[in-house]
Design a protein around this ligand. Structure first.
Ligand code: NAP
Length: 384
């Protein structure tokens, strides 16, 4: 824990985007921070933001791919939040500018290549501020909720296997869709269907990669497939859990078809394919949402030596507002000095899980949460 920053100056790159606006709204509501919303073209304060907060907002024209302008902006800020994309194109340029100028960072994207690139430099050149990469729902809450389960009902149990399912649907923006297509190819490491087994990443054939978790309405029973998640490999290693399997699915029907097609045709292997996949996925998911509501669910199963020991489900009412809120809570905790120190982190490593979950539960975003041990005794429950 460090000292809180009063009247902090927060710079929001992508502050006019879907995620950026939600993060801004959370910070305006819960902190006294002054926000600068940046975009590549001059813009006025978005209409979604309540006029009572306008005196705490300024706007800035900034292209984050211009290093000198970015570093100059960093020097005038106490915390930078990056909600720009596609992350695969932005790469580690924002994180490196923050490291150089010692500006704490909360990054909505980043994904595995950025965290790996930052980690490699840590030994020779340690980071002296918190750089929190991958802050959102997936990755982000996708690691923090399992961390919370492991440290609460999992505490004191010898967990031998961790199984996690993520399912979600919404009308994805082009930038989000681009990163989703890129993730299907493992961000450049196409590992196929795989899981962690005693320090090794083991591949399995498609026929053995599926699962069928059942969530409450409106998700219901759904199909998921094994995916590689660096976040959960780190989490499992941190808890000495030998086996970790992560399953995921984009559950809008048209979006599912585009993801299957993108995977079969390996759209993620070229700029043209990524662009085409992102356009198709954005359009298909928008059509899905004409008759469906957004949804996001996580299921966490903890196994001990005798079998399933505990299980937990979390379902949210929304994805973009929830992503922005996760980013906002992370930024708030850093501004208030309630974080796990300096260095390169994923969300579950950066913010104490119990503090994060109590702040998250105060927002009206959780549709259903159920955490139970094998003997069916509820240890926590809240449903809407
Ligand atoms: N971890 C998660 O769960 C999660 C969930 C959702 C999204 N994300 C990530 O968050 C990022 C944003 O997604 P989104 O859906 O909010 O996208 P979006 O609505 O398109 O917003 C992105 C914003 O970034 C700005 N931008 C793009 N390039 C820029 C640059 N070089 N310099 C300055 N601003 C730039 C754009 O503004 P201008 O065009 O006005 O410059 C745009 O408003 C994506 O990388 C996405 O993958 C993560």
């Amino acid at each position: 824990m460090t000292h809180p920053i009063q009247n902090a100056r927060v710079l929001l790159l992508g502050g006019f985007g879907r995620v950026g606006i939600e993060a801004a709204q959370y910070l305006l509501k819960t902190t006294d921070a002054r926000l600068t919303l940046a975009s590549r073209t001059g813009k006025t304060i978005p209409s979604e933001i309540d006029p009572q907060y306008h005196d705490r907002i300024s706007t800035l024209t900034l292209d984050a791919t211009q290093p000198a302008a970015l570093e100059e902006a960093c020097q005038q800020t106490d915390l930078l939040i990056s909600c720009i994309g596609p992350s695969g194109i932005v790469g580690d340029s924002v994180a490196r500018a923050c490291k150089k100028t010692m500006t704490p960072l909360v990054d909505a994207g980043g994904y595995d290549p950025v965290i790996q690139s930052l980690d490699q430099a840590e030994k020779d050149d340690p980071t002296r501020v918190p750089l929190v990469i991958n802050v959102g729902l997936l990755p982000g809450l996708s690691g923090l909720f399992p961390e919370h389960i492991l440290r609460t009902i999992g505490a004191g149990t010898d967990i031998r296997q961790l199984d996690i399912h993520y399912v979600g649907r919404d009308a994805w923006t082009y930038n989000s869709a681009w990163d989703i297509i890129n993730s299907l190819g493992g961000f450049g490491h196409d590992r196929g269907f795989c899981y962690l087994d005693n320090g090794r990443i083991v591949s399995v054939p498609m026929g053995k990669a599926g699962a069928k978790p059942a969530f409450p309405h409106p998700i219901g029973k759904t199909s998921t497939m094994l995916i590689y998640a660096e976040e959960i490999v780190r989490l499992a290693n941190q808890h000495n859990i030998p086996v970790a399997r992560v399953f995921g699915a984009n559950i809008g029907p048209r979006a599912t078809m585009i993801c299957i097609l993108a995977r079969l045709m390996r759209f993620y292997n070229s700029d043209k394919g990524l662009d085409r996949g992102a356009r198709w996925l954005a359009r298909a998911s928008e059509k899905d949402m004409r008759k469906m509501e957004p949804a996001y669910g996580i299921q966490v199963d903890l196994h001990d030596a005798t079998g399933l020991a505990a299980t937990a489900q979390l379902m949210l009412t929304d994805t973009y507002q929830a992503t922005g809120t996760v980013i906002g809570i992370t930024a708030r905790c850093i501004l208030q000095g309630q974080h796990n120190g300096t260095g390169v982190f994923m969300l579950h490593e950066a913010i104490p899980h119990d503090l994060f979950m109590s702040l998250f539960e105060q927002e009206d975003l959780i549709r259903f949460i159920d955490i139970r041990t094998l003997n069916d005794q509820h240890t926590a429950e809240a449903s809407v």
